[in-house]
Design a protein around this ligand. Sequence first.
Ligand code: ADP
Ligand code: MG
Length: 380
Amino acid sequence: MGKLNVTVLRYLTKEDFRILTAIEMGMKNHELVPGALVAAIASLKTGGVHKLLRELCKHKLLSYERGKTYDGYRLTNMGYDYLALKSLTLRGSVAAFGNQIGVGKESNIYTVSDDDGTPLCLKLHRLGRICFRNVREKRDYHGKRRNMSWLYLSRISATREFAYMKALYDRGFPVPKPIDFNRHCVIMELVNGYPMTNVSEIENVEQLYDDLMNLIVRLGNCGVIHGDFNEFNIMITDEGKPILIDFPQMVSTSHPNAKMYFDRDVTGVRDLFRKKYGFDSEEYPTFDDLEREDNLDVEVLCSGYGFTQEMEDDILKEYGMNDDNDDQSDTEEVEEGKQESPEIEIEEYRKELEKEIKFSEEKPRTLQLTKSLGESSTSN
Ligand code: ADP
Ligand code: MG
């Protein structure tokens, strides 16, 4: 897993793409999507679809499985990767693929380049893949049950990362320039440097310490906490300047546990400097020092990338950062038996498919995140 055989991308036709997208849509409510449903959602003839489905299985973009009550298809990791990469390629955000440069806890990182040959960084988010079998039921946006699957989680994680990176970059924070995203993939500037873990010699240790603490405070004053501010997520450029990466777990300073997350980030830096560079400073910021200057946390939620409060809750739950006041959705589950008619369901899937295809072909509008929420009537 994780290896990209990009030659397959070239052979993916428009129809293949439609079928994969149809399965992606179907998987919102079905663990396995029956062939007939795929054909219906994709609005393609059943006969032809079966042949294409077989081919896609052969290339391991899909798998065909026998369920308890019915058989059907599901997207593999690779299938999902190709959907996203094909989109990014069609839009011209990615033209060529390079090497894998990192495997994080929850991601695979590659170098890619755009049409002009500019090297970029591709991050594939991989959440919840370990326990795919252990899918939890979750309500759809339409109030139906849905799987909180790796598809859903990886996608929100990437969307969230892109939204934060964009908001931070626009404010001049030292983060990679966000270029584009699709599904669980984010394309960003390739940082010219190394993660701090791999940097043993720092020219001016005290300066770097100050830079990092100032960065934590600046983030806090904008209303956010990185949440995983450690030597793996801080890159040092060739000029010795820190660049912050890895944003899916960022939280608001209004989060009930904000102080704890803030202190954890600060303590992490202090410990690191003490252990690694023998640098011990009595000066460090506290949560109470923060002064709100900006509402980056709130703006990210209304930045128009299709991000909802429910998704926010779901992803924080996944990161173990939810505030533990158990939501009542479990008790609402009673209604769930009320199934909509198959025609209405298919109609809905078709609509989502068209929306998804559109999203695949167009770059998400780069929305201006306005300074004050009062004037955030961005047209979109
Ligand atoms: P994870 O969420 O899995 O920890 P990260 O975003 O921290 O993923 O990335 C993992 C590693 O990939 C980093 O430690 C770094 O070495 C490399 N990396 C990530 N983003 C970039 C980038 N924009 N430029 C260069 N290298 C990067
Ligand atoms: Mg990381």
